[in-house]
Design a protein around this ligand. Structure first.
Ligand code: SAM
Length: 285
């Protein structure tokens, strides 16, 4: 089994491979996690699965058992010969040696899956968790759901409901594009080497349409970012300081949107953020 410590050690030794901390290489050694992720990813009902960072292929293998096709993007060249060997029996897997942040994902999905909807499933390198997720969401790619392992703190932040304390700009953005859910927790001991924190598998089911109607999406995300930029201040002050708008203009937009001017960003629901953005856009956009 690819999740066995002895297998990982043998594969590493044979290929002279050592873990790169900079690339967030913590490989899964808990045998129950990957089959569960692959099952829950919905890959079986899509054109296929898109994975980021296969490592030695432990999740890739499970995805290949449920999906018609798996395309997996790995940045570390040293893992290519390893994957050739570990996935030798999986003829529905294609490995792309690339940086997921630079790859033209729309084109990859078009070319590899004929433009059909894919399920994204990955144990993400922690140093690019949010950028990868935001990229997948913002580009409105043909994706049914994103099922990924992230650090626990990131899971809580990404899945927080707007209007609650744990909510940040990223949580609001996630809610705009998807319905997020924490599926299950995974202890730090499930990885080799063991990281300093626990993890969780989250799922973002992509919405067919946004839950709030905003007049200008770009402006909406600017307002959301600005509202949370200075968390200790009121949202009026944070928006006014960050966007360089007169406090009066921002206060008026809060009034027009029916939101008390002393509200903090964490108390704003997605609906409130949407109406606020629309009122502010009308006044200053
Ligand atoms: N899927 C494997 C597992 O669960 O054991 C490995 C997961 S490990 C947390 C993250 C993987 O992402 C590593 O294989 C690493 O080399 C790869 N990676 C790091 N940065 C990347 C990037 N920018 N693009 C693609 N892959 C990347």
């Amino acid at each position: 089994r690819l999740s066995d410590i002895s297998t990982i050690r043998a594969v590493m030794e044979k290929n002279g491979f050592s873990f790169s901390k900079a690339l967030g290489q913590n490989f899964l050694i808990n045998p129950s996690v990957c089959p569960r992720m692959a099952q829950l990813s919905g890959a079986a009902d899509c054109a296929g699965a898109l994975e980021v960072g296969p490592g030695i292929g432990v999740l890739t293998y499970e995805l290949s058992q449920v999906a018609k096709k798996v395309v997996s993007v790995e940045l570390d060249k040293r893992l290519l010969p390893v994957l050739d060997e570990t996935l030798a029996d999986c003829n529905n897997v294609k490995i792309l040696n690339a940086d997921v942040m630079k790859l033209d994902l729309r084109r990859v999905i078009e070319e590899e899956f004929g433009g059909g909807e894919v399920a994204v499933c990955a144990n993400l390198p922690y140093y690019i968790t949010s950028p990868v997720i935001m990229r997948l969401l913002e580009e409105c790619l043909p994706i049914s759901a994103i099922t990924v392992m992230v650090q626990k703190e990131a899971a809580d932040r990404l899945c927080a409901l707007p209007g609650t304390r744990a909510c940040g700009a990223v949580s609001a953005a996630v809610q705009y594009y998807a319905e997020p859910e924490i599926l299950f927790d995974v202890s730090r001991g499930s990885f080799m080497p063991a990281p300093n924190v626990d993890s969780a598998v989250i799922q973002l089911k992509i919405r067919k349409a946004p839950p709030v109607a905003v007049d200008d999406e770009k402006f909406f995300f600017r307002v959301v970012k600005a509202a949370f930029a200075q968390r200790r201040k009121t949202a009026v002050n944070s928006i006014s300081n960050t966007m360089g708008l007169p406090k009066q203009t921002v206060t008026k937009a809060f009034e027009d949107a029916g939101i008390p001017a002393n509200t903090r960003a964490e108390a704003l629901t997605l609906e409130a953020l949407g109406s606020l953005s629309n009122c502010l856009f009308a006044a200053a956009g």
